[in-house]
Design a protein around this ligand. Structure first.
Ligand code: GLN
Length: 630
């Protein structure tokens, strides 16, 4: 008997194999092969045998799951975008997890981009980076934080990825002279993708999860999402009705003086969903105020959804209340009933969540953090940084008070052109307890960031520079301390002969998509006697996610170190600078990686924690107690 052990890599190899479309079920990883043609079966068996290594042994099927099919919860949205579908979907995941189930998630983005990597944070919010280097939608960050899982790039499906895989197959000749069409080829590719990704374990345990929450981006009726809707309709049919639960998120607006809660837009979007062959089992209604009983009755009557399945997500003080709100309305019961899981689920245990949500509500003291960046107009552009600050502040019983400063307002030019903005920006910076320069691309605002780094360095104000923020501190130090006036990054000034930050030799100069240094990589600590080693409680290494094209020029390291800027973390080759510290400063840390992506609600990123502790004068005491993890 074969053992079917698949890594994400082997799954995608099979998915794009020349042997035609394969169908994977959770059962596939058990003792049976499902729906596979003979050559495909042979390929899988070969693959499986060849991929059974120590490394992937952990993903063998857990016996408890082999006899149970994957359960899907699909979350769609209607009426308007921006309803918080992502938070709703991840909160459903949290409640199901609290019932003792293992949960994974898939986010579908119907846009044509292959991934979020080439999209502007101004327009789409932050690009989230995964361990495997996937550049994905920020909702995957919400899933990782809420469910405490580690997702793969394949957990984010886009139209671009699906079309690319189908067109690649067409070019290889896999479709054997057939006309390649949206139905069935694109829809089959979507279904296969979902079914194969759903079984990848993401919580560090063995075997597939019990439930896969799928969030369909956009609004029902969008042209782009049509192939996905059709594929999901087919999926709901093929997996069977007790393996599929559809939660439709909608808006209940209140109009005019009368203040009546309007159900018509929801009725229309549920009808639209039905016209496309999908039936909503639950409604999650967004509203400012709690829904009135007669609004619920109306919705139930006209939307064909039992009153018990009409959930209301009204405005709450912070998003951690959303899972609690769902639990209080017995959302778990409705979902578990639809999925026929009532017999194996436990009552939801959300004690930790309740504590976290309430602690946050009751915090009174705050700490002022100056965020000096380029994309300050849209706070979603730095979502994970904001969350990481929140996690760290809560651990210190503080409320974060983030002062957004547009870096360009700090620049000398702004003093002439927009003197008020310039004065306000400097005043804000001076009133902050600490300064953070987050990641970014392009030269806008760079001069302002350099001024902020200089201010923090010279005035002993805690400074955390992330990725671009680290490169900024190198440029600033080279200019101010080494006296290299024209020191710059190759990214901002290609002409200067004083490049202290250079383009990484292995980067691509022709392609922008997915060509950066991406994902989790080890940084070796050069000395246990540095703030970073003490904060991580690990004198050897740290493992964080990256996303950059440029690096500190190895040729200037000697000169920088001689003047006191220490590179306490380097990559495994020793040539790439990863962490810098200024030992003469209370907290001056620059990191080439992005520690914000791995921060979790009850497990704040060590560097963010150190940064907040330093801002409140408590770092030294903390390090004395926690040195090297003790
Ligand atoms: N633009 C810089 C680089 O590519 C920094 C990137 C970032 O901050 N994510 O290296």
């Amino acid at each position: 008997m074969y053992k079917y052990l698949l890594t994400p890599k082997s799954l995608s190899a099979v998915r794009s194999s020349s042997l035609g479309l394969l169908r994977f079920r959770s059962k596939f990883a058990g003792s049976k092969l499902w729906n596979c043609s003979f050559p495909a079966r042979t390929l899988i068996q070969t693959l499986c045998l060849h991929t059974e290594t120590e490394e992937n042994r952990h993903i063998s099927q857990s016996p408890s799951h082999t006899d149970r099919a994957m359960k899907y919860v699909l979350v769609t949205g209607g009426v308007v975008s921006g309803l918080g579908k992502g938070v709703t979907a991840s909160s459903i995941g949290v409640v199901l997890k609290a019932c003792g189930l293992r949960v994974t998630s898939i986010k579908i983005d119907p846009y044509l981009n292959t991934d979020a990597g080439t999209m502007s944070p101004f327009e789409h919010g932050e690009v989230f980076v995964l361990d495997d280097g996937g550049e994905v939608d920020l909702d995957l960050g919400n899933y990782e934080r809420f469910l405490d899982v580690t997702l793969t790039r394949d957990n984010n499906i886009t139209t671009g990825k699906i079309f690319q895989s189908v067109i690649e197959k067409e070019r290889r000749g896999d479709y054997l002279g057939k006309t390649v069409q949206v139905v069935p080829h694109i829809t089959d590719a979507i279904k296969n993708w979902i079914e194969s990704v759903a079984v990848i374990p993401v919580d560090g345990q063995e075997g597939p999860a019990d439930v896969c929450v799928i969030e369909l981006g956009g609004t029902v009726g969008d042209i782009e999402s049509m192939p996905f809707i059709e594929a999901l309709r087919q999926l709901s049919f093929s997996v069977g009705h007790d393996n599929f639960c559809l939660v439709h998120v909608s808006l209940i607006p209140v109009l005019g003086v009368v203040g009546e809660q309007k159900t018509k837009p929801t009725q229309h979007s549920v009808r639209e969903l039905r016209a496309l062959g999908l039936t909503a089992h639950l409604l999650a209604c967004r509203s400012a105020q709690p829904l009135l009983e007669n609004t619920k009755e109306k919705l139930s009557q006209f939307c064909h959804v039992p009153a018990a399945n009409i959930l209301n997500i009204h405005d709450v003080p912070n998003i951690w209340h959303v899972p609690l709100l769902l639990r209080n309305q017995n959302a778990h019961h409705a979902v578990l009933k639809q999925l026929n899981l009532l017999s194996i689920a436990t009552p939801p245990d959300l004690q930790d969540w309740t504590k976290m949500a309430e602690t946050f509500d009751n915090l009174t003291n705050s700490v002022r953090i100056a965020m000096v960046g380029k994309y300050v107009g849209l706070t979603d552009s730095y979502l994970s940084v904001v969350k990481a600050l929140l996690h760290a502040c809560i651990a210190c019983s503080l409320k974060p008070s983030i002062d957004w400063i547009a870096a360009s307002d700090l620049e000398d030019d702004s003093a002439k052109l927009t003197p008020e903005a310039h004065a306000a920006a400097w005043e804000t910076l001076r009133n902050a307890a600490c300064v953070l320069v987050p990641g970014g691309f392009g030269d806008r605002g760079v001069r302002g960031m350099i001024l902020a780094a200089k201010y923090a360095r010279e005035n002993n104000i805690p400074y955390l520079g992330i990725c671009l923020g680290m490169q900024i501190s190198v440029i600033e130090f080279a200019r101010s301390v080494l006296g290299i006036e024209r020191a710059n990054s190759e990214e901002f000034d290609a002409q200067t002969s004083d490049h202290v930050v250079i383009f990484m030799p292995e980067g691509s100069t022709t392609h922008m998509g997915s060509t950066m240094r991406l994902g989790s990589r080890k940084t070796l600590l050069q000395t246990p006697d540095c703030i970073t080693a003490k904060l991580y409680g690990n004198p050897q290494y740290v493992d964080e996610r990256h996303r950059h094209r440029y690096e500190v020029n190895p040729q200037v390291i000697g000169a920088l170190e001689e003047k006191g800027l220490k590179f306490v973390g380097k990559d495994e080759t020793g040539n790439r600078m990863e962490i810098l510290e200024l030992p003469s400063h209370p907290f001056y840390v620059g990191v080439q990686f992005h520690p914000e992506f791995k921060s979790r609600p009850r497990r704040p990123s060590p560097l963010f924690l150190g940064f907040i502790l330093a801002a409140t004068g408590k770092l030294e005491a903390y390090l004395n107690i926690h040195q090297n993890g003790v």
